[in-house]
Ligand binder design. Structure first.
Ligand SMILES: Nc1ncnc2c1ncn2[C@@H]1O[C@H](COP(=O)(O)OP(=O)(O)OP(=O)(O)O)[C@@H](O)[C@H]1O
Length: 253
């Protein structure tokens, strides 16, 4: 599946989004007039060096922050137009996976996975068990995070992010703390997640190999600007010195 980057049926749309910080004396432009769409059901990479605006982009997609100008639409809804309760409901449809796993140390694996349901005052033991089976940890339900490897912790975090059936899964450097073999396993799990549940996945990473392994497309950011959106695995045509050229080359553009 290699969807084109067209507006319409998009999981996420950035419409001329600018996000600045600071005051008139000293303004930092974290995102500068960014305009793109993430097709539903795609695995979409976001690449950029430190300071490119990746974290800001994720916070806008997650409704934790709003643009200074422009709109961020998730599933066709402008997040800034939502009242707090509606925004919370929308955020329940957005899963997040972090580099550092962010598990609760004094809760068991199954209690960690049940956490998003508890926050919605729901209980669904069968769903928790099914998600742990899905990530291959059906035999670790009573363990605590400290008893798990890094890859297992990330599997728990992925199960936790999926337990509420999110339409959108935001992954913030999900494999950066893992070795190469484990990275491959986690990327494979993300690919299976898309296949099984149709989840749109956004993969923010500095690891080009990760993008090449599972993404359909990748957006390349440089100091707040969207420089290009490349289709991954396209034929290599270019070589060069700059970061943008380097990304294009490794991804086969
Ligand atoms: N709350 C804030 N206040 C002031 N400046 C900010 C704030 N958040 C981000 N910035 C600035 O916006 C720019 C983009 O930051 P952002 O964290 O989005 O980049 P990034 O690509 O995620 O970087 P990294 O890979 O280092 O996390 C940077 O110059 C940063 O200093």
């Amino acid at each position: 599946m290699h969807p084109s980057n067209t507006i319409g049926q998009s999981a996420v749309e950035f419409r001329e989004v600018t996000r600045t910080f600071g005051d008139s004396a000293h303004t930092v432009t974290a995102l500068d007039n960014v305009d793109f769409a993430i097709p539903r059901g795609s695995i979409f990479g976001v690449l950029g060096e430190s300071g490119a605006g990746k974290s800001t982009l994720l916070r806008l997609m997650n409704g934790l922050d709003h643009p200074t100008n422009g709109q961020v639409l998730v599933n066709g809804t402008d997040l800034a137009s939502l009242a707090r309760k509606q925004l919370n409901q929308m955020r329940h449809q957005i899963g997040v996976v972090f580099q550092s796993f962010n598990l609760v140390g004094n809760l068991t694996v199954e209690q960690n996975v049940a956490m998003p349901l508890r926050l919605q005052k729901r209980k669904d033991t069968a769903k928790v068990a099914a998600m742990l089976e899905f990530v291959g940890l059906g035999h670790r339900t009573k363990h605590y995070p400290a008893q798990l490897s890094g890859g297992e912790k990330q599997r728990v975090a992925i199960a936790r992010s999926l337990v509420t059936d999110p339409l959108l899964l935001l992954c913030d450097e999900p494999t950066s703390a893992l070795d190469t073999h484990t990275t491959g396993e986690i990327l494979e799990l993300l690919r299976t997640t898309r296949e099984r549940f149709g989840t749109t996945i956004v993969l923010v990473t500095h690891e080009l190999d990760a993008v090449k392994a599972i993404c359909d497309q990748a957006a390349i950011f440089e100091v707040g600007r969207l420089r290009d959106i490349v289709a991954v695995n396209a034929v290599q045509t270019d070589k060069g010195e700059t970061y943008l050229d380097h990304v294009r080359t490794v991804l086969g553009q």
